[in-house]
Write a protein that binds this ligand. Structure first.
Ligand SMILES: C[S@@+](CC[C@H](N)C(=O)[O-])C[C@H]1O[C@@H](n2cnc3c(N)ncnc32)[C@H](O)[C@@H]1O
Length: 346
């Protein structure tokens, strides 16, 4: 196929059905298991650390839940992290209100997903939903041939349009760039769409086995094997290809906790020359953590199956700044996805 030929429509509505499929259970856990909104009604102005202490929650899942509540219009949070119920939150989500809708969620009170969320909030550890039935987490499951095939296919099918739109959005920034490293690049679709759009660019996909072989096959199939190579390796342990002037982290950091994400960003900064670009692509929360709602919903899914979440633009800037990567801009692309573009300045 012609990887430069853009779709004429936006598939957000199709993606959202799936991306939000766990958000209802997280809200149900907040209402039924913790009665969060009655607590917020009685304690206006509580902060995230206050909530973590009161409910015994860990910061990452609690932040995902509160972001979802903000994006849904249940709460408002001031610049000092003090959260208060909105009128809708007060009227419809507090147990003492005549309009309380808690019972509406009762039918899913015992859903396995809701019970997982209770554990995730209390332990910070992901459940193993959509991973293999033997209890392995998502990352372990990606080392299994059959699971890796299916999941890489899942990511590849959305990656065609996402990658094309990303390449279009960054075309001017990519002019004169020679070599891009695509860390955890999956099928290599983002390298391929970028290479198709930028004829002078070569790319290398750093992937672990068995996804590395899937990528080689896909790149071959698209006739780009002369310009897009695959290097097999563990991104945390093995050395990264050098002499690259662009690093792409697509749908990658959001699978990891802050420590791992910081380590990946540090490695990117180490190999980039001054003037080099870092592109973070995926579903990104706005700086104020008030939305977009589809991203906040998707974040609850990621928080369930991985150690990560959808980070905000501000959280990305906090990760990048200490290693000399300065955010130049952030923007949306297609399907509720977008990018953060940073430049290595020192
Ligand atoms: C969510 S997928 C993103 C794939 C692709 N970048 C995209 O945007 O569709 C994360 C990828 O990271 C890869 N990955 C996870 N841990 C890795 C590691 N330690 N070393 C190399 N790749 C890894 C997985 O195999 C998977 O393909």
């Amino acid at each position: 196929m012609d990887l430069t030929q853009l779709p004429a429509s936006d598939p957000s509505v199709i993606l959202r059905y799936r991306d939000r499929q766990y958000a209802a259970d997280l809200i149900a856990a907040a209402i039924l298991e913790f009665d969060l909104f009655s607590y917020l009604g009685e304690h206006p102005g509580v902060t995230l650390p206050d909530l973590c202490e009161h409910f015994g929650w860990l910061e990452r899942p609690a932040d995902v839940l509160m972001t979802l509540c903000r994006a849904s219009g249940f709460i408002e949070t001031d610049p000092h992290d003090r959260s208060t119920l909105t009128v809708m939150g007060k009227e419809f989500l507090t147990a003492g209100s005549p309009w309380f809708l808690g019972p509406y969620y009762k039918p899913i009170a015992d859903s396995p997903k809701l019970l997982d969320y209770v554990q995730i909030l209390k332990t910070g550890k992901p459940a193993n939903w959509q991973a293999k039935s033997d209890g392995a987490d998502w990352h372990e499951s990606m080392k299994d041939e059959a699971f890796a095939n299916d999941f890489t296919n899942l990511m590849n099918c959305r990656g065609i349009a996402f990658g094309q739109k990303l390449a279009e959005a960054l075309h001017a920034d990519m002019l004169g760039r020679k070599r891009m490293l695509d860390v955890g690049g999956g099928s290599g679709i983002y390298s391929m769409t970028m290479a198709a759009r930028c004829p002078e660019l070569s790319a290398v996909v750093l992937e672990q086995s068995p996804v590395d072989e899937i990528a080689r096959r896909e790149i071959q199939r698209n006739g780009l094997a002369d310009r897009v190579k695959v290097q097999t390796g563990d991104m945390f342990v093995d050395s990264w290809p050098e002499e690259v002037d662009v690093v792409l982290l697509s749908n990658l950091l959001h699978d990891w906790g802050r420590e791992e994400a910081n380590a990946i960003v540090r490695r990117a900064a180490d190999i980039l020359p001054v003037g080099g670009l870092l592109i973070i692509h995926g579903a990104i929360i706005n700086a104020e953590k008030t939305g977009p709602l589809p991203v906040a919903e998707y974040s609850s899914l990621l928080m369930n199956i991985t150690q990560g979440k959808c980070y905000s633009v501000a959280e990305y800037a906090d990760m990048l700044d200490p290693v000399g990567l300065v955010v130049k801009r952030d923007a949306g692309t297609i399907g509720d996805r977008g990018y953060v573009l940073a430049c290595k300045e020192h």
